[in-house]
Structures are given as structure tokens and as C-alpha cells.
Design a protein around this ligand. Structure first.
Ligand code: MSP
Length: 509
């Protein structure tokens, strides 16, 4: 295999309980990883946990344990959830690992040697939950954090600074050269105007707490959590440790993140990389945020959605599917149980599920469960074949640029074309009249379903396999070679086809 693809999720704060927002980014990355694998890329898919910082230190203190112990206890919440959601990550990085510490200290030292990091002192308004400083002008009502709206406190500390102010031009040139560096476009514009507004040097060390990676040349300081966290994208893929691995996959193809952490990824991260002479990533894709039944999700409102609960009620693949069918990836969306119910019963049970059961039953009844290649064509046969081909092409183009919503629309256009095809061609009539076209119509239905299942595989890895099983395809769907199998197909070695139990049973509200 000589095509490579590297995709990442943010690393999640260890002190949080995983919620729908974390699941969203991770499933999005999993969808791309699976898509690229069936397109024959060798994929490295990295996720992990962000385990340092004052928040973790405080949470551990409250429980009377060492922060390391807190991290060890809670990391499993994430690992377990990723197993439940069928996430196919190939790497998992914890910022408390030794391999990560070495990388963070190394790039800090290198940036220092290059003259991009210097020692100074800092006085400003600090928000503990966001681990960020703000100027007085940025505060809400003179005291509150502009991001989370909680009260900030005035802090003065000695600090190392990164000369971000030196990077304005280089970043703007980068945006010019790589005009798809930040996706979608509205996020690109947001970053460009932020940079044009002027960049202040960035404080990259702290002395007010100790739970972090020590600055090697001055151990009174720990490295700022964001400098530490961003480096996961290289420490998790063998930087300093496994040159082959690192050189194969870096620069990263896509960092998937939420819109709230765009500045860290699109401004700070490339500046750190440029400073130490490492190429910048190819794309950063920032998605929108989920509200819950119209409200911001928050612990205090008690409306935080636990993905484990949703999955128990609606199913893993149904949840994965819903997140990307409901809202264009990149925009904000609203989550409600009613909306899931509507999607599962409408798109899945009525459209896709019915199509599979009707077709399988007809193949059982009219062809003794066998599928044969078409001989005689007529009616809307050619139109349906062309339509499937063109929708498959459009699906591929949209998948490439994370337009999951459109990609799913194309799949459902295939299923609705096939449902209409059944109605217009009425295979039961053709069978009654002994018309050989019945073989063509049933082949086209079978082939259309086979392709639609392949297209939905990255979103629904298990259910797509159930669909293949229902239509007698005897192989693991995850091993497909998409390019070879998307149109033509050998019909030998197909198991007998007949009536099947519903693949997407209707869910009662
Ligand atoms: N630890 C940092 C990331 C460091 S990456 C070098 C962090 N962690 S986080 O756990 O708070 O958030 C991780 C991701 O979850 C972010 O991409 C964020 O956008 C996403 N979400 C958190 N709440 C969300 C919603 N309500 N909706 C969608 N995504 C949201 O930030």
C-alpha cells in the first residue's frame, strides 16, 4: 500500500465525563478513517487524552488523590466508549506518557534555541476552567471569561513566552498558499481576520501549579497545557521515536476539532511547528456544536447527553448515522430524542430497511433465492444504473471534503430511486408474465443495495454488514476494495437470498 492518510481527534480532558460532543468528533474521524481504508489508504487514526493542567490538579486534590491516579482511573471512560462506538483508532496517546514528555520538552527547547521562546512576566485575567489569560478588554462585564462566562482572577507570574507576534506574516502566507488549510470556509475567514487583528506573544509556561511537563531548563515552570496538548499530534505518531512511522504519515492530513478550539489549532500549532522546522498539517476541519433540545449543554443544566445511554436506547450505528444525517458537518445542530426517532423510523426503517426486505423477499420468491447477471434490458433499467453510478461519484467527492451530510443524501437518493424502481417496474408482474427482464430488475435492485450498503459502511459499520448478509454477499464489508467493487460485481458465491428479519426495526417513542 503506498497511499497514506493520517487523521486525528482532539485529545479529551480527562476530568470530563465523555459526552455527545466528544463522541461527535471521534465518530467523524472514524468515518473518514474507514472511508479511506476502503479506498485502499494505509490509515493512521489517533485519539487520546489531555491529562495535565490546573483543572486536573484541582479535581484530584478534591478527591485526595494524585492527578496521575485520577487520570488512570478516568481514562477508561474514553477507551470504553470508543469500543462501544466501534471506533477504529490505530493510536491512543495520553499526555502523561514518557514518549510525549520527551517530545514536548524537545520542541520547547528547540523553539527556545531558535529565539522564539523567551522568559518574561505576565499579569492578566486568568480563567481557570479555560486555562487561558484574557485582557481586561476581552472580559465580559469587566470580570467574566468571554468563553465560559465564569469569573476570572488577576494573576501575575513569571512566564516563558512564545513570540507569536513574529508569526503574523508567515501565518497569512500559509493561508494564502494552502487555501484549504482551514475548513469549512467560514472558519478560514474567521482565522484570517483574527491574525490580521494582530497577535500577542503567548505565555507558554506556568508557575502557579505543578501538574504538567516541567520546562527542562527551568523546572519551576511547567509547560502550558495547550503547548503540551498540541504536541500529541506528533508524539502519538512516533516523532523522535520511530522515524519511519513519523515520516510516512506526517504532515497530518486532517485534524478534526470543534469550532471552540480553532485558534489553538490554526494559529498556535502551525506557529510552533514552523518555529521548530516541522511541516504544518494539510487540513484543519472545525465542526459546529450540538445544543440539547435548544439549550447549551452544561453540567449545571443537567442536560449533558451520555452517548452510552443513547446507544442503549437506539443502537450504535443508528446514533453514528443520526449525528451526520441530521446536520451538515461544520454547522451547529440540535439534539433531541424525537429527532433520532424520526431518522431511524423514516430513513432507516421505512426507506433503506424496507427496500432490503422487499428486494430479498422478491429474489427468494421469483428466482428461488438466486441472483444472476442481467440479460435483457428495458424500462428504466439503464436510467437506474446510470443514476447509481453518478450518485456514487458524487458521494466520493463529498466524502473527500468531509461533506458527510451531502454524501448521506446521495445514499438516500439511491435508496429512493430503487424504491421507485420497484414500483414502476413491478417485478411481480414481470415474473407472472415470464418476462426475462425480471432477472435484470432484481439484479439492479440487488446491486444497488450492495453499493448503497458499501457507501453507508463508514457511517454504519455493523448494519452495512447485516445488509450484505441479507443479500447473500459472503464477505466482510470492511475488507472491500471500493474502486473495484463499486459498479461491477461477480454474482457467484452468493448465498441463497430470501425473507429476512428487519434490519432496522421501527422504534416506538
Ligand atoms: N483538551 C482539549 C483539546 C486539546 S487538542 C490538542 C479540549 N478537550 S475537550 O474535551 O474539552 O473537548 C474536545 C472536543 O469536544 C472539542 O473538539 C469540542 O469542540 C468538542 N465538544 C465539546 N462540547 C461540544 C458540543 N456540545 N458539541 C460538539 N462538540 C463539542 O478541548
Amino acid at each position: 500500500m503506498n497511499k497514506h492518510y493520517y487523521i486525528t481527534t482532539p485529545i479529551y480532558y480527562i476530568n470530563d465525563v465523555p459526552h455527545i460532543g466528544h463522541a461527535y468528533t471521534t465518530i467523524a474521524a472514524d468515518i473518514m478513517a474507514r472511508f479511506k481504508r476502503i479506498c485502499e489508504y494505509d490509515v493512521f487514526f489517533l485519539t487520546g487524552t489531555d491529562e495535565h493542567g490546573q483543572k486536573v490538579e484541582k479535581a484530584a486534590q478534591m478527591q485526595g488523590i494524585h492527578p496521575r491516579e485520577l487520570a488512570d482511573r478516568t481514562v477508561h471512560r474514553f477507551i470504553d466508549l470508543w469500543n462501544t462506538l466501534n471506533i477504529s483508532n490505530t493510536g491512543f496517546i495520553r499526555t502523561t506518557e514518557e514518549r510525549h514528555r520527551k517530545v514536548v520538552q524537545h520542541i520547547f527547547e528547540k523553539a527556545f534555541e531558535r529565539g522564539d521562546i523567551y522568559l518574561g512576566s505576565y499579569e492578566d485575567w486568568y480563567c481557570v476552567p479555560c486555562e487561558s489569560y484574557f485582557t481586561e478588554l476581552q472580559l465580559k462585564n469587566g470580570v467574566h471569561c468571554p468563553d465560559c462566562h465564569r469569573p476570572t482572577e488577576k494573576l501575575k507570574e513569571e512566564s516563558y513566552f512564545f513570540k507569536l507576534s513574529n508569526y503574523e506574516d508567515r501565518l497569512l502566507k500559509l493561508l494564502e498558499r494552502q487555501n484549504d488549510f482551514i475548513l469549512p470556509e467560514i472558519r478560514f475567514n474567521e482565522v484570517a481576520s483574527f491574525i490580521k487583528g494582530g497577535l500577542r506573544d503567548l505565555s507558554v509556561s506556568r508557575t502557579s501549579f505543578t501538574w504538567g511537563i516541567p520546562v527542562s531548563m527551568n523546572t519551576n515552570h511547567v509547560v502550558y497545557v495547550w503547548f503540551d496538548a498540541l504536541a500529541n499530534y506528533i508524539s502519538g505518531i512516533g516523532f523522535l521515536e520511530d522515524d519511519d512511522l513519523f515520516n510516512t504519515f506526517w504532515p497530518c492530513d486532517a485534524h478534526l476539532i470543534g469550532k471552540d478550539i480553532l485558534r489553538f489549532h490554526a494559529v498556535y500549532w502551525p506557529s510552533f511547528l514552523i518555529s521548530v522546522g516541522i511541516p504544518v498539517p494539510k487540513h484543519i476541519f472545525a465542526h459546529g456544536w450540538w445544543t440539547i433540545e435548544g439549550q447549551k449543554m452544561s453540567k449545571s443544566l443537567g442536560n449533558v447527553i451520555d452517548p452510552n445511554e443513547i446507544v442503549e436506547q437506539y443502537g450504535v450505528d443508528e446514533f453514528r448515522f443520526f449525528l451526520f444525517r441530521e446536520v451538515p458537518f461544520g454547522l451547529d445542530g440540535d439534539f433531541s430524542k424525537n429527532a433520532i426517532l424520526h431518522r431511524v423510523n423514516g430513513d432507516l426503517a421505512n426507506d433503506f430497511g424496507n427496500l432490503v426486505s422487499r428486494s430479498a423477499t422478491m429474489i427468494g420468491k421469483f428466482q428461488k433465492g438466486k441472483i444472476g447477471e442481467p440479460e435483457k434490458k428495458g424500462g428504466t433499467d439503464e436510467y437506474v444504473e446510470a443514476q447509481i453510478r453518478s450518485l456514487t461519484d458524487r458521494y466520493c467527492k463529498d466524502m473527500e471534503v468531509f461533506s458527510y451530510y451531502k454524501a448521506l443524501q446521495h445514499i438516500f437518493e439511491i435508496t429512493s430511486t430503487l424504491n421507485k424502481y420497484i414500483d414502476t417496474e413491478a417485478p411481480w408482474k414481470l415474473a407472472k408474465e415470464n418476462d426475462p427482464r425480471v432477472k435484470t430488475v432484481l439484479y439492479n435492485l440487488w446491486n444497488g443495495i450492495r453499493i448503497a450498503a458499501m457507501l453507508i459502511y463508514p457511517f454504519m459499520p455493523k448494519k452495512s454488514q447485516s445488509i450484505w448478509n441479507a443479500i447473500g454477499v459472503r464477505k466482510p464489508i470492511e475488507n472491500i476494495h471500493f474502486d473495484e467493487e463499486r459498479v461491477f460485481y461477480h454474482t457467484d458465491n452468493i448465498a441463497e437470498i430470501g425473507k429476512v428479519a428487519p434490519i432496522f426495526p421501527r422504534i416506538e417513542g
